[in-house]
Design a protein around this ligand. Structure first.
Ligand code: DMJ
Length: 628
C-alpha cells in the first residue's frame, strides 16, 4: 500500500498532525493493522457482495455462475440462482408454466449437462457447475425421455401419406436432387470447412463462427434427414461424431452460432434421438453463456468460445447489442434447458424479455440497438428486415412453441405488429404493400430481402387471432408475400435483389448497384411455404417452382450452387459461395412446399430462424424430468 507522497509546499500529513518520529511509526503501524482488518473482512461478506467479487478471484464467487470460469470479464448481474431458489431473473410476468417448470428443475437433483471433454479452468481445475451449487459428482444425471417425446408428436416427422399428384412428386424429387448435388459437392471439395466455394472447388472458413468448422454439415443435417437422403445424413452424422471440435478459441457471432449450430444440433437430436447431437448442443450452449455477463444481462454480440470474453460488434453504435441478435435466442435456449434440466439457459432469455418489456418503446416500436450496460436504446433505427427481423419472429414462435401458453410473448408480438402496421406499412402508387424502415421518425421506403420472411410470420400469427383480425392479418401477409414475389418477377433472372425500393417511380426493384445481388437467401420461399400451408392457394407452389427454375438456370454451376452479383442480368457473375443456409433453409422450404402438410407439421414443430425444426411443447407432452 503506497501512501500519498508529500507535495511541494505542503507538509506531509502525519507531520501536519504534529507527530514526532516514534509516534509516526506507531501511527503507521495502526494504519496498516486497520487496512489488513478491512481486507480480511471481505471474506466475511455474503457471496453476492459486489465488493467481494471485485477483490477475490472469480471462481471463488461464481459457484452458481455460468459455466465458463475462463471468462476474464468480471460479471455483475445476472447470475444463476443457487439450487432450489426462484430464478432471479424470471420475470414476475413470465409465463407461469415456464416458471413452475424451472422451479421444479431447480429442486431436482439434476443438471448433468457437459460431457467429459468440458473445458477446464485456466489453472486446470474444473469450472464451477452451471446453475447448481452441488459438486458435479454428487448429482444424478438428468434424463430427457426421448421415446415419450416421440410418442407425443401428432404426425410422423417425415410424413405419413405419399403425395397423390405425380407432378408434385416429381417437383419434390427435383428439389431432393438439388440438395444431393449441393451436399455431394460440399463433401467432395469442402467437408469440414464452413462453406463450399463452388467455382474454385474449395472450402471457405470465414470469421463468423469463432473457429468452429462444418457449418454446412450442421446446417444440412435435418434437411438431409427429412429428404430421406440416408447415406448423406450418415456422412454428416459421422463428421459430427468424429471431427466436430468444440474446443476452439476464436471470436464468434453469438447469434450465428446459436441459430445455425445450436439450432441445427437440437433439430437433429429431436428428429433422430441420436445422443451425439444433444450433447454437442449442450456443450456449445454452455460456451455461449459468458456473453450474458453484462450489467443488464443483455448479451454482447461477439464471444470468444475459448476464453469466454465477449464484446460488441465494432460497427454497432456505442457498444450496443443488436435486437435481432439478442432477440433470437429464446427458442433454442428454452430447449437447452428442456434437454439438460438446467434452468440457466431459460433464465438468460427470460431476462432479455424482462429488459425489453421494461424499456420505453418510441411509438411502440423496438429500435435495433440497445446498450447492454444501461438497457436503453442507443439509436432509433427500426426495421423488420436486417438487425430487427427475427426478434419479431421469435416472439410469435415462442407463443406457438409453448403450445400457445406464453401469452406474454403473444402480447408483445401483437403490440409490436400493431405499431409496425401503424408506422411502417405503406402502399406504393402501383398498389404494392411494403414495410418501410424507420429512422427516428423518418421513413426509408426500402425493403430488404431479409424482411420478406414477414409475410409468413404475419400469416402464422394471424392463424391464431380472432376471426376479424385473422382475416386482416392474412390479407396483410398475402400482400407482403405478393410484393416480395414481385421483387423476383421484375428481375431478369427471376431471383430477387438484396434490397428493393419504392421511391422516385421505382417499385420493388433495387436502385443501387450494391443492392442487386442474390446470395441464395430463403426468406421469400419461407413465406411461400407458410402461405401455402395456411391457405392452400396453388399460386404459392407455382411461385416456388419459378424459384427452382431460376436457381437451376442462374445459380447452379459445375460444383454446387453459387450466389449471383446482379439479378438484373441474364449472364450474371457468380460470387463463388454456397451459403450453409441454402441447404438449411432455401432447399428445405422449397421441398416442404411440395410435401404433404404432415411432413414437419406445424402442429408439432416451429422452425427456428435458420429453418431448424424445434418441437412444440404440447399439453400432452409427457417427457418429464426423471432421474436415472
Ligand atoms: C439466415 O441465416 C437466417 O434466416 C437469419 O435469420 C437471417 N438470414 C439468413 C439467411 O438469409
Amino acid at each position: 500500500m503506497v501512501l500519498p507522497r508529500k507535495l511541494p509546499g505542503m507538509p506531509g500529513w502525519p507531520a501536519a498532525l504534529g507527530l514526532r518520529l516514534p509516534q509516526k511509526f506507531l501511527f503507521l503501524l495502526f494504519l496498516s493493522g486497520l487496512l489488513t482488518l478491512c481486507f480480511g473482512a471481505l471474506f466475511l461478506l455474503p457471496d453476492s457482495s459486489r465488493f467481494k467479487r471485485l477483490f477475490l478471484p472469480r471462481r471463488a464467487t461464481s459457484s452458481s455462475s455460468s459455466s465458463s470460469s475462463s471468462s476474464t470479464r468480471d460479471t455483475e448481474l445476472p447470475r444463476s440462482p443457487p439450487a432450489a431458489a426462484e430464478p432471479r431473473h424470471a420475470s414476475p410476468a413470465a409465463p407461469r408454466r415456464l416458471r413452475e417448470k424451472l422451479r421444479a428443475r431447480n429442486a431436482a437433483p439434476a443438471a448433468h449437462t457437459a460431457p467429459a471433454s468440458r473445458p477446464q479452468g485456466p489453472d486446470g481445475e474444473r469450472p464451477a457447475e452451471v446453475g447448481t451449487g452441488a459438486p458435479r459428482e454428487s448429482r444424478a444425471p438428468f434424463h430427457f425421455d426421448y421415446e415419450r417425446f416421440r410418442q407425443s408428436l401428432r404426425h410422423p416427422v417425415r410424413g405419413g401419406r405419399p403425395d397423390q399428384d405425380p407432378d408434385t412428386r416429381a417437383r419434390k424429387m427435383k428439389i431432393k436432387e438439388m440438395m444431393k448435388f449441393a451436399w455431394d459437392n460440399y463433401k467432395q471439395y469442402a467437408l469440414g470447412k464452413n462453406e463450399l466455394r463452388p467455382l474454385t472447388k474449395n472450402g471457405h472458413i470465414g470469421n463468423m463462427f469463432g473457429g468452429l468448422r462444418g457449418a454446412t454439415v450442421v446446417d444440412a443435417l435435418d434437411t438431409l434427414y427429412i429428404m430421406e437422403l440416408e447415406e448423406e445424413f450418415q456422412e454428416a452424422k459421422t463428421w459430427v461424431e468424429k471431427s466436430f471440435d468444440l474446443n476452439v478459441n476464436g471470436e464468434a457471432s453469438l447469434f450465428e452460432v446459436n441459430i445455425r449450430y445450436i439450432g441445427g444440433l437440437l433439430a437433429a437430436y429431436y428428429l433422430t434421438g441420436e445422443e451425439v447431437f444433444k450433447s454437442k448442443a449442450l456443450e456449445l450452449g454452455e460456451k455461449l453463456l459468458p456473453a450474458f455477463n453484462t450489467p443488464t444481462g443483455i448479451p454482447r454480440g461477439v464471444i470468444n468460445l475459448g476464453s469466454g470474453m465477449s464484446w460488441s460488434w465494432g460497427w454497432a453504435s456505442a457498444g450496443s447489442s443488436i435486437l435481432a441478435e439478442f432477440g433470437t435466442l429464446h427458442l433454442e435456449f428454452l430447449h437447452l434447458s428442456e434437454l439438460s434440466g438446467n434452468p440457466v439457459f431459460a433464465e438468460k432469455v427470460l431476462n432479455i424479455r424482462k429488459v425489453l418489456k421494461r424499456v420505453e418503446k418510441p411509438q411502440g416500436l423496438y429500435p435495433n440497438f440497445l446498450s447492454p450496460v444501461t438497457g436503453n436504446w442507443v439509436q432509433h433505427h427500426v426495421s423488420i428486415g436486417g438487425l430487427g427481423d427475427s426478434f419479431y419472429e421469435y416472439l410469435i414462435k415462442s407463443w406457438l412453441m409453448s403450445d400457445k401458453k406464453d401469452s406474454e410473448a403473444k402480447k408483445m408480438y401483437d403490440d409490436a405488429l400493431e405499431a409496425i402496421e401503424k408506422h411502417l406499412v405503406k402502399k406504393s402508387a402501383g398498389g404494392l404493400t411494403y414495410i418501410a424502415e424507420w429512422r427516428g421518425g423518418i421513413l426509408d421506403h426500402k425493403m430488404g430481402h431479409l424482411a420478406c420472411f414477414s409475410g409468413g410470420m404475419i400469416a402464422l400469427g394471424a392463424e391464431h387471432g380472432g376471426e376479424e383480425r385473422k382475416q386482416h392479418y392474412m390479407d396483410l401477409a398475402a400482400e407482403i408475400t405478393n410484393t416480395c414475389h414481385e421483387s423476383y418477377a421484375r428481375s431478369d433472372t427471376k431471383l430477387g435483389p438484396e434490397a428493393f425500393r419504392f421511391d422516385a417511380g421505382t417499385e420493388a426493384m433495387a436502385t443501387r448497384l450494391s443492392e442487386r445481388y442474390y446470395i441464395l437467401r430463403p426468406e421469400v420461399v419461407e413465406s411461400y411455404v407458410y402461405m401455402w400451408r395456411l391457405t392452400h392457394d396453388v399460386k404459392y407452389r407455382q411461385w416456388g417452382w419459378e424459384v427452382v427454375k431460376a436457381l437451376e438456370k442462374h445459380c447452379r454451376v459445375e460444383a454446387g450452387f453459387s450466389g449471383i452479383r446482379d439479378v438484373y442480368t441474364t449472364v450474371p457473375t457468380h460470387d463463388n459461395m454456397q451459403q450453409s443456409f441454402f441447404l438449411a433453409e432455401t432447399l428445405k422450404y422449397l421441398y416442404l412446399l411440395f410435401c404433404e402438410d404432415d411432413v414437419l407439421s406445424l402442429d408439432d414443430w416451429v422452425f427456428n430462424t435458420e429453418a431448424h425444426p424445434l418441437p412444440v411443447n404440447h399439453s400432452n407432452f409427457k417427457a418429464k424430468a426423471s432421474v436415472q
